[in-house]
Write a protein that binds this ligand. Sequence first.
Ligand SMILES: C[S@@+](CC[C@H](N)C(=O)[O-])C[C@H]1O[C@@H](n2cnc3c(N)ncnc32)[C@H](O)[C@@H]1O
Length: 209
Amino acid sequence: MMQVYWDKRFESKEMVWGEEPSQTVYHAMDVFASNDVQTLLVPGSGYGRNTKLLSSHFSVTGLEFSKLAIEMSKDWDAKTQVIECSILEPINLETQWDAIYCYNVLHLFLMEDRMKLIRNSMKQLRDQGIMYFTCFSDQDQRNGRGSRLEDNTYEYKEGKAAHFFTEQDLIQHFAGMRVIEMGLLDEEIPYSETETEKYSLRYIIVQMV
Ligand SMILES: C[S@@+](CC[C@H](N)C(=O)[O-])C[C@H]1O[C@@H](n2cnc3c(N)ncnc32)[C@H](O)[C@@H]1O
């Protein structure tokens, strides 16, 4: 069902969140570079808005289930190799990556699936590897809108749910990993050619111990 939603979202073949990478990409690149990262896995890579810059510095593999997004990403960011799969299923690859960057995907799922995404990511990460995740924060204006599905999780738009993370909640999701850094940030993301939307996000950087 969610695959249908995402294919629809990419139907126009336009870059729905623009061409510019998130400010967290620049931050993640500094952290990755100072931790000798060479290979990078990006779950939910979309049409490559954030992988394009990353793939000019690292060897990047994206994971994505929308065929339309994958087609667009081949044109926009030919250096990233995208595997068509669900990030909620184990990828069954022997490869272990040096780092994982995952932008605004974790909050899309209910608890059970959020933990699946984190467990699958941990499986593909080498010892001492680094993960950089971003998600909606509890301070976002959408928090509390629409019907409540689970704790801090709302169907804030028809057919679209999100979990809104407090700091403690985010730490608990990554229990067992060493937290290097976390924080709040505001981002303005385009949603049409002329309009943008403001989001309050959290990021967390953790290391496999
Ligand atoms: C909010 S978008 C973020 C895209 C990208 N990280 C970016 O910032 O441009 C979420 C992305 O995750 C993908 N996605 C959602 N659920 C997925 C799943 N179960 N398996 C693979 N990809 C998924 C969607 O198709 C979409 O491209």
